[in-house]
Design a protein around this ligand. Structure first.
Ligand SMILES: [Mn+2]
Length: 319
């Protein structure tokens, strides 16, 4: 049976269906949820898009506003145990997905992960650059054309998640964008990509350049005063664009935890393994071989000198 038919069969007749993104969603998560909402609606299944956390990036808020994406914080709906949840761009039980009231019956994700046996539907394709490409494959199975708004969202989701086709790209991501290109508002997607930071963010660049510690082609910086998660990722990519820097670790303090962002261009030092080793015993992390994230839940367990020393020792001889 086609994947999408199985998903529709799973959801048909369910009372209230919520499409949940990972916490602090990014462009790909919101685009995936929006496209799935649209697809289900075409199959006479109503759903609601929800998330936990905040919309951190201006460019994402702009995408939500311009494309009229009906996404709301989960508390607006007061979920109960009878509700049905579909998770997109993350897996059930992930640390970055709030456990809400309701039954998680389906997961659609492109991060490496295991198929949870409790789920009625699970579609994990870790070789895809974006969850949006998986959702588009459902449109293709149904021979359903996404409208201009959905096409634009999917296009943006793929471009952002693959870092403009430089990371984890699968030929299918490129084929998907090629198909969407005719319908999508290309100029709008390009403007989102080009305007990913705001003037206020510039001071974090200054802080980074001031405080950065570099050794053996590895860079580390801790943001004592905090830095939002998405900007931390943008800054990590910015450092990686420096020719001599091959591995980047950034951390940022918030009121209750320390968040991490890791990048690696060295296959012998996968970012996801590195974050797990760095935070062993004090926190958790995961991701892809070239990009990963993590967090230390208790600030007391964090010392930037310890992290820096550990990073250097982990890289010793490999770089
Ligand atoms: Mn994604």
């Amino acid at each position: 049976m086609q994947k999408v038919k199985k998903l529709i069969k799973t959801l048909k007749g369910k009372k209230r269906i919520f499409i949940q993104t990972h916490n602090y969603p990014d462009h790909d998560a919101v685009a995936s949820a929006f496209a799935l909402y649209y697809l289900l609606r075409n199959c006479k299944i109503e759903s609601y898009i929800i998330f936990h956390g905040d919309i951190l990036r201006d460019s994402l808020q702009k995408m939500i506003d311009k494309l009229n994406i009906p996404i709301l914080p989960h508390y607006k709906y007061e979920l109960n145990d009878e509700d049905t949840i579909v998770i997109v761009d993350a897996n059930k039980g992930n640390k970055n997905v709030a456990a809400l009231k309701g039954n998680v019956v389906a997961v659609i994700d492109h991060h490496p992960g295991i198929t949870n046996e409790d789920l009625e539907f699970c579609d994990i394709r870790s070789d895809y650059g974006a969850c949006a490409s998986i959702i588009f494959s459902y449109f293709a199975e149904l021979m359903l054309e996404p409208g201009r708004e959905v096409a634009t969202a999917l296009h943006a989701g793929i471009v952002f998640d693959t870092h403009q086709f430089t990371r984890n790209v699968n030929p299918l991501d490129i084929e998907t964008v090629a198909m969407l290109y005719h319908v999508s508002d290309v100029a709008f997607v390009n403007s989102l990509v080009r305007n990913s930071i705001k003037l206020e963010d510039v001071k974090q660049y200054r802080y980074l350049l001031d405080k950065i510690r570099i050794k053996d082609r590895c860079a580390y910086c801790h943001f004592q005063e905090g830095c939002d998660k998405d900007l931390l990722a943008i800054l990590a990519d910015y450092l990686l664009s420096v020719k001599e820097i091959k591995v980047v670790v950034l951390s940022a303090q918030s009121s209750d935890c320390v968040s991490f962002c890791v990048r690696s261009e060295i296959p012998e030092i996968p970012a996801n393994t590195m974050i797990q080793q760095l935070l062993a015993g004090i926190g958790s992390g995961g991701g892809h071989f070239d990009m990963a994230g993590g967090r230390i839940p208790n600030i007391k367990d964090f010392s930037q000198d310890d992290i820096y020393k550990k990073m250097i020792s982990l890289l010793n001889g490999k770089i």
